[in-house]
Design a protein around this ligand. Structure first.
Ligand code: NAD
Length: 465
């Protein structure tokens, strides 16, 4: 068996031992997780819950250090890391520590046959967890917490772009009382460490959050093993703004939904449909507010938007914002106000929030996920028309509807092909309820009941008496 520490240090920290490569690292981590499974899965939910709560307390105690590290590693603002990323990572552990205590199984009776049936749930085994770079600890713990709460052991692979907070969390596991081998974190690239995990015969379950393209490869690679898969993928999320919307609420929220975390959230709005009667007013006010957003040094607490994750990603986003706007009008941001970047930031991976108008629905900008601070705004006339246009993309993750007509809000929400619909708000989450996407945005859902069902196997037992 391998000690926990073998899997929670970066390779170059391992003094005196040669780095055997990511595949060997995954192999050893899976073995450790497999060895730990019998002990961990036989603990009571209450014992597991106590350890999860302790880990939450320890991360919360170090919140500032975690937030600083997340901001430096990812480029997000320190304010976002302090108020969103790390508090949510803490809450993920607390939430599943609590919810695991309250699940019940089903029972039915069949008196005519002298039978009763009941269901029993057991953990699956070693869970492979793969997460992206945009909300590093937040999304990794959203997987680790339910997996271990249900009694699985895990091998988790954070994004190679943002591994620091995962590594910091590993340092707290022992102090939280986590038995060795329950949580193993492997560091490496997707094609090496990620794929070794996906293809490993002793990992029966993969929970993945990332791009649709990578999910397609994971599906292909895991198919021969018939693995359980949960896939949380990209989006091309619409905001639909009717002419009876309260713009004083709608404009600041749509700014946040478009540009929060540099637009690097899968739930960010990237297509804004505005009813024609208020289109001009909306655009004027929205662009004026966008121009007020302060872009710059992520560690400055007054900054609204930090740096994008990498040079390559910045180039991809800029390309979309400019070249692919094909005949469209860029109202503010990249290519229009580039001189407005704060001095000293020109060399970083910064980009101004960009608003594009007069763009065709079929253009790349309106169809492909950009995953950066670029949003498109277009006019519509009728409810029927806007539902069709909002649904006219391959994705179906999140949508926002703005209207004060309650009947319309319900009607439109039900017709949108989207796993999540927020009306007159954005990103208000109750972790009890299902989270996930339709179409190319994913397979499966996460949440109290959904994660419990995914991270356990159910069995129907029939007793004849
Ligand atoms: P990505 O798909 O490139 O990488 C995600 C993770 O998968 C990383 O850890 C990476 O190393 C790993 N990976 C890459 N290739 C792999 C392979 N062949 N086998 C196994 N693992 C592999 O995504 P990203 O660029 O890190 O993140 C951005 C994407 O994630 C966007 O599309 C965004 O919409 C999506 N996302 C979705 C959600 C959601 O909940 N739906 C949340 C956040 C991000």
């Amino acid at each position: 068996a391998f000690a926990l520490g073998d899997f929670c240090t970066f390779p170059n920290e391992k003094q005196g031992s040669a780095w055997a490569g990511p595949v060997a690292f995954v192999e050893a981590a899976v073995r450790a997780a497999k060895d730990a499974f019998p002990i961990w899965s036989s603990k009571s939910p209450l014992e597991r819950s106590q350890i999860l709560n302790k880990l939450a307390d320890l991360i919360e105690h170090d919140l500032e250090a975690f937030a600083q590290a997340e901001s430096k590693d990812q480029g997000k603002t320190i304010t976002f890391a302090r108020t969103v990323d790390i508090p949510r990572a803490v809450y993920n552990f607390r939430f599943f520590a609590s919810s695991i205590l309250h699940h019940m199984t089903e029972c039915t009776e069949m008196p005519s046959m002298g039978c009763m049936h009941y269901t029993s749930r057991t953990p699956v085994g070693v869970a492979g967890l793969i997460s992206p770079w945009n909300l590093p600890l937040y999304l990794l713990t959203w997987k680790i917490a339910p997996a271990i709460a249900c009694g699985n052991t895990v091998v988790a692979k954070p994004s190679e772009m943002t591994s620091v907070t995962a590594w910091m969390m590993c340092k707290l596991l022992e102090k939280a009382g986590m038995p060795h081998g329950v949580v193993n974190v492997v560091f490496g690239t997707g094609t090496k460490a990620g794929e070794a995990l996906v293809c490993h015969p002793d990992v029966p379950l993969i929970s993945f959050t990332g791009s649709t393209l990578t999910a397609q490869r994971i599906t292909e690679k895991s198919a021969p093993h018939c693995k359980k898969l949960s896939l949380e993928l990209g989006g091309k999320n619409p905001a639909i703004i009717f002419d009876d919307a309260d713009l004083s609420q709608c404009i600041p929220t749509t700014l946040r939904s478009s540009f929060a975390n540099q637009g690097e959230i899968c739930l960010c709005t990237s297509r804004i449909f505005v009813q024609r009667g208020i289109y001009n007013e909306f655009v004027k006010r929205f662009v004026a507010e966008t121009k007020k957003w302060k872009v710059g040094n992520p560690s400055d607490p007054t900054v609204d938007m930090g740096a994008l994750i990498s040079k390559e990603h910045l180039e991809k986003v800029v390309l979309h914002g400019k070249a692919k706007a094909e005949g469209a009008r860029i109202l503010c941001g990249e290519g229009v106000d580039s001189l407005a970047l704060p001095s000293g930031n020109q060399k970083g991976y910064f980009m101004l929030p960009t608003v594009i108008a007069e763009i065709k629905d079929e253009s790349c900008c309106m169809q492909e996920e950009i995953f950066g601070p670029v949003t498109c705004v277009v006019a519509f006339d009728t409810e029927e028309e806007v539902v069709k246009r909002a649904n006219g993309v391959k994705y179906g993750l999140a949508a926002t509807v703005w209207s004060s007509n309650v009947g319309r809000v319900h009607r439109v929400a039900r017709r949108l092909q989207s796993g999540l619909v927020w009306t007159n708000c954005w990103l208000v989450r109750d972790l009890n309820l299902p989270f996930g996407g339709m179409k190319a945005s994913g397979i499966g859902r996460e949440g109290a009941k959904d994660s419990y069902e995914f991270f356990t196997e159910v069995k129907t037992i029939t007793i004849k008496h």
